[in-house]
Write a protein that binds this ligand. Structure first.
Ligand SMILES: NC(=O)c1ccc[n+]([C@@H]2O[C@H](COP(=O)([O-])OP(=O)(O)OC[C@H]3O[C@@H](n4cnc5c(N)ncnc54)[C@H](OP(=O)(O)O)[C@@H]3O)[C@@H](O)[C@H]2O)c1
Length: 269
């Protein structure tokens, strides 16, 4: 398929080469800051940078909106696309209805819309991710667009689902808990150890085993350990005393401790 990218951030960095490697052709990359588009283009076969949002003469059939969620409407309000082009956004949290609505009010020609959401964490500049094992959540405004997007998804991934906007929101919130919050907690653990002159590396086997074990069982709750799970009030109190000088950490420690305690008080585990 002939494809153009609008946005050259974390997601586009990985998705554009994956589509090319599956035999698709990236024609153009637009980015607000042109140098970001240039960097992405330098990793593609013969894509060109596109300096504005007028794609009226583009040979592409699919336009991938890979911009921050808050920028989607602004970009839609300036986008000029060929008639019957497919425009997809790549967001976990934005509904398809919003995209359909924006294109209905901003575009002079009919546009087919969809969602192409990859349930993974992507960081620009890191080595290219293999998409085979990455779940792709597809939604589309009409059956033929859905068929085209499912086919495209299956070209790069073994895990392609039709997912409604409501289901996608649930997955996105779950992803924030499973990925963004756990990563932030690792960053806080990093700072605590480094503040005391200790190596963060000391925690890495523990972190690896936590993920390995949590993923090996049906429900990670089955393998929860620690003072909150054991109702070890003496240790909990000692930890909170240690954290007295760091009120934000102390607050988070208490919220998470209460969450664990409440979870096991109300679940039959
Ligand atoms: N990163 C992930 O792990 C991940 C995973 C799944 C889905 N997604 C989704 O992918 C989409 C892109 O996320 P990302 O992580 O790639 O974001 P990102 O790295 O922050 O990149 C955002 C892109 O949006 C552009 N942009 C921001 N504000 C703009 C505006 N007002 N007008 C025009 N362009 C604007 C930026 O342009 P400049 O480069 O010029 O600043 C950049 O190209 C989002 O919908 C996100 O939910 C991300």
């Amino acid at each position: 398929m002939e494809i153009s990218f609008i946005g050259a951030g974390n997601l586009a960095w990985h998705l554009a080469p994956a589509l090319e490697n599956a035999g698709h052709h990236i024609n153009e990359v637009y980015s607000r800051q042109l140098q970001h588009a240039r960097q992405l283009v330098s990793n593609l076969y013969d894509a060109r940078t596109h300096s504005d949002l007028n794609f009226a003469d583009s040979p592409s059939r699919l336009f991938v909106l890979a911009v921050s969620d808050q920028a989607i409407e602004t970009v839609c309000s300036q986008l000029v696309l060929p008639e019957n082009a497919i425009l997809v956004h790549t967001s976990g949290g934005q509904s398809l209805k919003n995209l359909e609505h924006w294109m209905a009010i901003y575009s002079d020609v009919p546009i087919r819309t969809g969602v192409f959401y990859a349930l993974q964490t992507f960081t620009r500049g890191r080595s290219f991710m293999a998409f085979e094992g990455i779940p792709l959540c597809i939604e589309a405004s009409d059956p033929s667009t859905e068929e085209a997007l499912v086919q495209l998804g299956q070209d790069i991934s073994d895990i392609v689902y039709i997912v409604s906007s409501e289901e996608r929101l649930t997955l996105h919130i779950s992803a924030v808990f499973a990925c963004n919050f756990t990563n932030h907690l690792m960053a806080l653990a990093h700072d605590l150890t480094v503040q005391q002159g200790l190596e963060f590396d000391l925690l890495k086997p523990l972190i690896s085993e936590t993920f390995r074990k949590g993923l090996a069982v049906g429900n990670p709750a089955d393998v929860q350990t620690g003072p909150a799970r054991r109702s070890d009030l003496v240790t909990l109190d000692k930890h909170l005393t240690y954290l007295q000088s760091q009120p934000r950490l102390s607050e988070m420690y208490q919220v998470l401790t209460e969450s664990i305690q409440q979870y096991y008080a109300t679940h039959d585990l």
